[in-house]
Design a protein around this ligand. Structure first.
Ligand code: ZN
Length: 204
């Protein structure tokens, strides 16, 4: 299953669904509330988010501001997570069923809060490394797929793994070739049907 973090950004979040449509797949998007709730770009990003929702994409919580959460006091932590889910629900009408910690940093304060509230915490199983590439070039999709499939000497994805990608122009630019390559190598992408469906073993 594909997951896209750190959006929505109007420019990218319109391009990625177009590619996903062509591949007949949907993704799980871990959103930051600030992009569609604050600042000059919020209205455009909100419009894109509504379109993503109508399009059948599924959303998870990635906190309001993508702070380093371990520095936060209990009240700020609750605000960062709780408010993000509320904002996503207000715009999309979706109940948010999962949370991915920014920078994959979690502590007891976070775990305690998540235990007593939805959403559950979700990590990622397979890092596509897409965020390492600043500008698109022809070698990126092969590097990504080699990494995901273990062809670069690492461990390959397993059934049910979720793939970490980002709502970034470079990712959008290489996405179609990467998906086609994954399919050619025998992988099938799973469609998230609801916020908590198809979530991986890494949920913890
Ligand atoms: Zn992130």
């Amino acid at each position: 299953m594909l997951t896209f973090d750190d959006g929505p950004h109007a420019a990218v979040a319109t391009e990625i669904p177009r590619i996903l449509d062509g591949e007949r797949v949907k993704a799980l998007w871990f959103l930051n509330g600030m992009h569609f709730s604050e600042g000059p770009g919020a209205a455009a990003n909100r419009a894109v988010l509504r379109r993503l929702a109508r399009h059948g994409q599924v959303f998870g919580n990635h906190s309001c501001h993508h702070y380093r959460m371990l520095r936060l006091a209990a009240k700020e932590m609750a605000m960062e997570i709780g408010e993000c889910s509320r904002q996503i629900g207000a715009v999309t009408g979706q109940a948010v069923g999962c949370f991915r910690a920014p920078f994959a940093q979690a502590n007891d304060l976070m775990r305690t809060w998540l235990r007593s509230h939805e959403p559950q915490r979700v990590g990622w199983d397979a890092n596509s490394l897409d965020a390492a590439f600043r500008r698109p070039h022809s070698g990126i999709s092969k590097r990504i797929v080699d990494h995901l499939t273990g062809a670069d000497g690492g461990s390959p994805m397993a059934d049910g793994d979720n793939i970490l990608m980002h709502d970034r122009p470079t990712t959008a630019a290489v996405l179609k070739v990467a998906i086609d390559d994954l399919k050619r190598r025998g992988f099938t992408l799973v469609v998230p049907t609801a916020a908590t469906d198809n979530l991986p073993h890494s949920a913890r």
